[in-house]
Design a protein around this ligand. Structure first.
Ligand code: NAD
Ligand code: GLY
Length: 379
């Protein structure tokens, strides 16, 4: 099953990307107001538990709720604290309770207004409350727009680690209001750019080239350039997910840069390093291994490093503000990653920009040597 490649423009209202998953198919609408991208997403008259975090609620809660009312829906707003620690079981219980109070039925809906934290949490509740109610994603961070809101991974953190309890559960619509990017803190925006660059490396060398040629427009959040770029990223993710919804194969390519990235996040603790910053360093690591193991041209590896520097992303641990982190600790964290088997990490490596291979095994010596390369002071 291949997702529809065409981006269809609907006047000035929105751009549509279709995610083709048989009866679980849905559209991603990318526009510049909530009403346009949320219209006709859920049967009119439905109750909607609108879940958002405290930061997002203060800026967009009222507008979004008004758009749901305008679409003839009945919103019940629940505000949870902002921050990754909210993505846990106690808030799942709270949202079950709120769903009960709001009188949600099987045809009702849970909507997630916010970044990946709110999307993953509310999505998990939507997947399990009454064995599944409709789920609407309204992403407000760049990371959520290009990655976490698309593809159906939902879940929460457990004391033993990140995202350990979850479900594949597709939304009925992803409604992207691009204007929400305007208020996103700079560090969050830049963090999301790591995933944008990732799509260039794993799938689309032309996208990579456009990012290089327009790095100022990217940094300045140019609305037209970013609308097109976000749509292209969603289209790529839609294609990959349509080929392998449950990650039995090719979906693994979305983890380019994430093997070291996740390990770094685990070792330094969430917060000191954002997800995108960790993935950026992880992509340099994977690119260096790719030069050794898959014949990636050194010039292409250098282009990746230069682009990330231009976009404000760290390309070494030092640039990420992290001092000496022992290889043994990082290596151990790689072993406990969900995607490792018997302590062996399976990496995604690049043959060239726009083309990657998944499931690559690399010798212990190579794994360590590439780590040295991303810890070099001049890196
Ligand atoms: P987040 O949801 O915590 O948001 C980051 C910060 O930005 C928060 O403080 C939030 O309140 C604030 N914020 C959000 N939108 C804003 C806006 N428009 N203006 C001002 N402030 C705004 O973080 P995130 O980076 O979006 O998501 C990270 C989460 O996503 C992690 O839990 C990660 O595990 C998950 N994730 C899931 C997937 C998936 O496929 N499901 C993929 C990648 C990441
Ligand atoms: N974020 C990786 C995936 O959705 O598979």
């Amino acid at each position: 099953v291949i997702a529809n490649k065409a981006l269809r423009k609907h006047g000035d209202q929105f751009v549509k990307v279709h995610v083709n998953l048989d009866e679980r198919s849905y559209d991603i609408l990318i526009g510049s107001d909530f009403a346009a991208v949320l219209a006709d997403s859920v049967v009119s008259g439905s109750r909607v538990l609108l879940v958002t975090d405290s930061n997002v609620n203060a800026i967009y809660g009222d507008d979004c709720e008004a758009a749901l009312r305008a679409a003839d829906l009945k919103p019940f707003r629940v505000v949870v604290p902002a921050g990754e620690t909210t993505k846990d079981l106690s808030f799942v219980a709270k949202l079950y309770d709120e769903s009960g109070k709001a009188g949600l039925g099987r045809k009702s809906c849970i909507a997630a207004l916010g970044g990946g934290m709110v999307g993953d949490l509310a999505g998990f509740v939507a997947a399990s409350y009454l064995r599944g109610v409709k789920f609407l994603q309204i992403p407000t961070t760049l990371l959520a727009m290009v990655d976490s809101s698309v593809g159906g991974k939902t879940g929460i953190n457990l004391p033993h680690g990140k995202n350990l309890a979850g479900a594949f559960y597709q939304p009925v619509r992803v409604g992207v209001n691009l204007r929400t990017l305007e208020s996103l803190p700079e560090r969050e925006y830049i963090s999301g750019l790591a995933e944008v660059v990732k799509y260039g490396v794993i799938w689309d060398a032309e996208l990579f080239g456009r990012l290089e040629a327009n790095s100022d427009a990217v940094r300045n959040r140019d609305p037209d350039f970013m609308a097109e770029t976000i749509a292209r990223c969603c289209e790529i993710k839609a294609q990959v997910v349509a080929m392998d919804e449950r990650e039995s194969g090719v979906r693994a390519i979305l983890n380019f840069g994430h093997t070291l990235g996740h390990a770094l996040e685990n070792v330094v603790g969430y917060g000191a390093l954002s997800h995108g910053e960790a993935v950026a360093v992880g992509m340099v690591y994977a690119a260096r291994l790719s030069v050794e193991e898959r014949g990636l041209d050194t010039k292409e590896c250098d282009r990746l490093i230069e682009l990330m520097i231009k976009l404000g992303l760290p390309v070494s641990l030092e640039r990420a503000g992290i001092d000496d982190l022992s290889w043994s600790e990082v290596r151990m964290a790689m072993s406990s990653d969900k995607k490792s088997q018997d302590s062996v990490p399976f990496l995604v490596l690049a043959r060239e920009l726009g083309s990657v291979v998944f499931g690559c095994e690399v010798s212990e010596e190579q794994l360590e040597a590439a780590y040295r390369a991303v810890t070099l002071k001049e890196g």
